[in-house]
Design a protein around this ligand. Structure first.
Ligand code: GLC
Length: 429
């Protein structure tokens, strides 16, 4: 076979494998991230996975979103995990979270990339009748979800929403949260982690972190999920630059989808104002000295000065001005060359960098996808392409893992992972 023919058959095989992974992880309308380790429906995983389904099964793609929205709380929140069916392979389950709803769920959310995924799906789908039916059902719910973020997580109208749990960031064990999390009390009761039954402990968070994750889970339950009480007293409150960026981008995408179907709703004016407010507030997170956007501990008012890739999502959100964008593009270039493959979750020069431990160094494909889109938006197509190719090289080397060791490219965490397959499908198709 010629070299080109080999490459083509390689790509075709990757596409087939990625489709098989989504089908294998399909539990009848929703897709688990991977069996065993994550046996439920996760919020941002599902949004990204729907994009993958969209490449070969439109009806199934919309179904993914329908089921995710079915877990929406009355106040508009879409939870980070929906416990559709019981499973004994995961901890903490619904009993620990204490959610009172019919469909059991966690009581926090996750980065709201959903509306951005939907905007892409709207652009790519062929079946316009199916699209129309689904949008009519989804848009009011999405608007409620975005209003929830701004109302409940920014009650003082600062333009910068707060997050109450490292798990809400989706970047659970990032060193950016270390100081803020250290100030949270630890639980003193015994519990049995299930993640360590599936994955080596060198790739997972430590007990001291888990003790505090669980304290926060109980704190929400003990406060009856009351937004005012939690906002006033939560021992962990962070302006997460990743969430802020993804929310900002998704709100703009939601407004654009609503405009494309001529949807009229007073709530859209509120969302327009929130977009402007965030644009005027974002520089509070910019450190001129380091030429970088940081996360901020809202309680101590200190920036969390660790270089993590969530900050590069300001490019995805187009929140960086031209000067900031140049600084972030230069940094992305050197970040990429300091790594063996794509952009690692923590900068390799950081003393907190660990190439294999969960969010402290490894590479995640969906984050690289968003960074690549951001660089494209700022007109850096070559760098964007480089990030895409170095990400795909990881799949070539190791397959469809949850994340990859940033130094060796070895697959880490769960195998046959849905969002890795979905991003590959999106890129390859
Ligand atoms: C881990 C990740 C989180 C993801 C979940 C399911 O908790 O940190 O971002 O949503 O796994 O894949």
């Amino acid at each position: 076979m010629s070299n080109i023919a080999q490459q083509i058959s390689g790509v075709a095989a990757h596409i087939e494998q990625a489709k098989l992974i989504l089908k294998k992880n399909d539990l009848g309308g929703y897709t688990v991230p991977t069996h065993g380790l994550y046996p439920f429906q996760w919020n941002w995983d599902s949004a990204i996975t729907a994009l993958g389904w969209m490449m070969f099964d439109e009806a199934r793609a919309w179904k993914e979103i329908e089921l995710l929205l079915s877990g929406q709380w009355d106040n508009g929140m879409i939870p980070h995990v929906l416990f559709h069916k019981d499973s004994d392979t995961y901890f903490p389950g619904p009993d620990v979270w204490g959610s009172h709803l019919k469909l059991k769920s966690t009581s926090i959310s996750q980065p709201p990339v959903l509306a951005s995924a939907i905007k892409i799906m709207v652009e790519q789908c062929q079946d316009k009748d199916l699209l129309k039916q689904n949008l009519a059902q989804f848009l009011p719910k999405l608007i409620e979800y975005h209003l929830w973020w701004y109302r409940e997580r920014d009650p003082e109208n600062t333009g910068l929403v707060v997050s109450y749990h490292p798990w809400e960031s989706g970047m659970d064990n990032s060193p950016a949260w270390d100081d803020a999390l250290a100030a949270v009390p630890a639980v003193t009761w015994e519990y049995q982690r299930r993640d360590l039954n599936h994955i080596d402990s060198s790739q997972r968070p430590k007990k001291k972190e888990y003790d505090r994750y669980l304290y926060l889970v109980e704190f929400f339950k003990n406060n009856q999920f009351d937004s005012e009480k939690i906002y006033a007293n939560c021992p962990y409150k962070v302006n997460d630059i990743g969430i802020i960026s993804i929310l900002h981008k998704a709100t703009k995408d939601l407004l654009s989808v609503c405009a494309s179907v001529n949807l009229q709703d007073d709530a859209l004016d509120i969302l327009e104002q929130k977009v402007k407010l965030t644009e005027s507030a974002i520089n509070q997170l910019w450190c001129e000295n380091d030429q970088f956007f940081y996360n901020r501990d809202v309680i101590t008012k200190q920036l969390c000065r660790v270089k993590t890739n969530g900050s590069l999502l300001t490019l995805f959100a187009e929140l960086a001005d031209q000067k900031q964008a140049i600084a972030l593009k230069d940094l992305s270039t050197s970040w990429l060359s300091a790594s063996a493959y794509a952009v690692s979750s923590t900068h390799p020069d950081s003393e907190l960098y660990e190439p294999q431990r969960y969010w402290r160094g490894p590479v995640w494909l969906h984050i690289n996808w968003m960074i690549a889109l951001g660089l494209e938006a700022y007109n850096y197509p070559q760098l964007s392409e480089k990030i895409k190719n170095s990400s795909l090289a990881l799949i070539n080397k190791s397959g469809y893992f949850e994340y990859f060791n940033a130094d060796t490219g070895e697959g880490c965490g769960g195998g046959d992972f849905s969002w890795t397959a979905a991003i590959a499908l999106y890129w390859l198709l």
